[in-house]
Design a protein around this ligand. Sequence first.
Ligand SMILES: C[S@@+](CC[C@H](N)C(=O)[O-])C[C@H]1O[C@@H](n2cnc3c(N)ncnc32)[C@H](O)[C@@H]1O
Length: 221
Amino acid sequence: MEFGVAGGNGLVELEKLAQEVEKEFPVEFEIYGFDSGMGLPAPQDYRDLPYIWKEGFFHMDLPALKARLARSTLVMGDVAETVPRFFEDYPDAAPIGAIFSDLDYYSSTRDSLGLLKAPDQKILPRVYLYFDDIMSAELGGLMCDEVGQLKAISEYNSSNEFKKLAPIHGMQYTRKRPARWNEQIYIHHSFSHNQYAMYVHSDSNRQLPLTNRGLNDGSAI
Ligand SMILES: C[S@@+](CC[C@H](N)C(=O)[O-])C[C@H]1O[C@@H](n2cnc3c(N)ncnc32)[C@H](O)[C@@H]1O
């Protein structure tokens, strides 16, 4: 799912990547793009970062985008309205597995995160999220936990006991080419999900026998 589509470059790229991954792995994706089509709404207060964004930025050319999309579903309207009725409008939608969050504002991101309260059969126990607007070093550090997407994340975490959004600590060290976006990937942990505690490691019997050196063979613990 992409929240915040604008012109649609991200969604077009997502379609290409989904096709590549489907060739390599036995998985199929459905792709949904959420947007009002009108560009950014009026900011509600300072938490929507009115010092860097304005109403009307990033509007969509809907006919042009529809002509480019091969397989995505566009969910048009304010996310405050489309998110609460998503599962009624799309009862056959696949379970949510990944979300690209790019609605810019605190208020819009907060409203979109309501989708994470989906029933267990409509969401994976752990969902990958990319947050586009949480890094601000090049903007002089004007984002923090009290504004923008970071505020929506911290508020979500404090108001949900058994659902939390958490960064993947050390992700950059698993990448051949560490990149800025590694810090922008979060996992939504749904601790009360009926599959959260299911064993998923590829090794079904993990042991660390004592060796002559007294150390294990260096494989990851
Ligand atoms: C920065 S743009 C998205 C860019 C896009 N992800 C890309 O890769 O090109 C942000 C978009 O969020 C949408 N948006 C912001 N708040 C919204 C809301 N409450 N409901 C629906 N769309 C919203 C705007 O219409 C705008 O197109």
